[in-house]
Design a protein around this ligand. Structure first.
Ligand code: IFM
Length: 459
């Protein structure tokens, strides 16, 4: 196969999130988050795992940054733990929390790695959840104040800011079907949370811009939704509904078009959208410079009146059948279909022209075989399936760029094996293996492969 080269300046990096790697859950004044509470609730997280220790990155960040440099990463996307900065979600700032991100940011810059900050990757301070969390409008305002505080400390060095990570998950999994923290099961609450998350984004984006932030964005997990039968009108309607709930409900207001009428009509069957106030859509449409796209797997649907729907897509019961995930699949059970990424990027570029994109997450969980490569390679982690996954998706990314998509970079999920939310430590997404009892890091074969891709700027 001939070599595929990426554009000059293409950003290569890796991503993580605070609760998934930091540990140090009680250090330096950090307050409890909804994930501390949720992971301690029996039956919510695999085997009762918590983020208390995770990868102990809070104490090992310097070694982790050295590893990133060894792999040649040009950018690193990390999230700030709101409960480290404001333990109760509002009020005085905890300087020791900011100190940690200060040290991490400096360590990255010293190694020539561009910091990409995510302000919210799901770890809401528990004190705010006790007041309604994202169903409470005030949370959006508190989020903007928190964003301003973080920018005040890091803004002289961090150029790229993303407000929220995958608000779809925060709202629908957190408040809709309860699979994620805070574990509420209420479709109305989920839609209320969608709106307040978007409002929080808009307020924070404006505050960051006013404070001088260079590049401001948001990361979504828009779906590549495909019909079971491309010739079926019913399936096309199912696609439109699911796209509405996962993509357009976020992207249309973010880009200034306001909430789509068909989506609002669907929502109002479950909750009166009185939480949307005059002027909110304008606030949500604060200009952004970058859309982060997280992609893992496509979604196939059929339109059927007896369709079981999906609890993560409120109101699809009795209208949509979600097809079982086809082979091949990752260990998460997610279908591996790189073409879905190329389709999605092209669709986003066509529907929301002029918005630069970056893949802020892509990767796969696989059952890694530690030391399986033989006695002379003790500690080697042979993860050919991950290499194949990444290779396929990078080819899809390259194809999309070739078709004119303005894509700035690619960040693999994830640098390290980590706390995979409800799956605890049972699923490993890292290109670097973490032996949790010893905290030893071992770059997997995929990490060495990725190192080579970065150094060649191509495949
Ligand atoms: O681990 C998560 C991450 O926190 C958000 N995006 C999806 C990843 C894999 O499930």
């Amino acid at each position: 196969m001939s070599e595929l080269r990426f554009p000059d300046g293409f950003v290569w990096g890796a991503a993580t999130a605070a609760y998934q790697i930091e540990g140090a859950a009680r250090d330096d004044g950090r307050g409890p988050s909804i994930w501390d509470t949720f992971s301690r609730t029996p039956g919510k997280v695999h085997a009762g795992h918590t983020g208390d220790v995770a990868c102990d990155h809070y104490h090992r960040y310097a070694d982790d940054v050295a590893l990133m440099a060894e792999l040649g990463l040009r950018a690193y996307r990390y999230s700030i733990a709101w409960p480290r900065i404001q333990p109760d979600g509002t009020g005085p700032v905890e300087p020791r929390g900011l100190d940690f991100y200060d040290r991490l940011t400096d360590a990255l810059l010293e190694r020539g790695i561009d910091p990409i900050v995510t302000l919210y990757h799901w770890d809401l301070p528990q004190a705010l959840e006790d007041r309604g969390g994202w169903t409470n409008r005030e949370t959006a305002e508190h989020f903007a104040a928190y964003a301003t505080a973080v920018h005040g400390r890091l803004g002289d060095r961090v150029r790229t800011w993303t407000t929220l990570n995958e608000p779809w998950c925060s709202a629908y999994l957190g408040y809709g079907n309860g699979l994620h923290a805070p574990g509420r099961r209420d479709a109305g609450a989920a839609f209320t949370a969608v709106h307040h998350l978007l409002l929080g984004h808009g307020l924070a984006a404006s505050a960051l811009r006013a404070a001088g932030a260079q590049t401001v964005g948001i990361t979504l997990n828009p779906a590549d939704v495909q019909p079971a039968d491309p010739n079926s009108a019913a399936d096309a309607a199912a696609v439109r509904l699911v796209e509405g709930l996962q993509n357009r409900i976020f992207l249309d207001p973010l880009t200034g078009a306001g909430y789509p009428a068909d989506v609002l009509e669907h929502v109002s069957r479950m909750v009166e959208p009185t939480f949307i106030r005059d002027g909110d859509e304008k606030l949500i449409a604060a200009p952004i410079d970058l859309l982060g796209v997280n992609y893992y797997s496509p979604t196939y649907v059929a339109g059927r009146p007896d369709g079981g729907g999906n609890s993560a897509h409120p109101g699809t019961e009795g209208a949509v059948e979600f097809l079982p995930n086809a082979e091949p699949r990752t260990e998460m059970g997610w279908t591996i279909e790189p073409a879905g990424l190329s389709r999605l990027l092209q669709r986003l570029a066509a529907d929301y022209p002029g918005l630069p994109l970056m893949i802020t997450e892509n990767g796969g969980a696989f059952p890694d075989r530690v030391g399986a490569a033989g006695p002379n390679e003790v500690g080697r982690v042979a993860d050919d399936d991950r290499i194949a996954y990444l290779d396929g998706h990078l080819r899809a990314v390259h194809e999309a760029i070739g078709r004119g998509v303005n894509l700035r970079g690619y960040l693999v999920w994830s640098l390290l094996d980590n706390f995979e939310w409800a799956e605890g430590y049972a699923k490993r997404f890292g290109i670097v293996h973490v032996d949790y009892p010893t905290q030893r890091r071992t770059p997997k074969a995929s990490a060495r492969w990725y190192q080579e891709v970065i150094s060649r700027n191509g495949l």
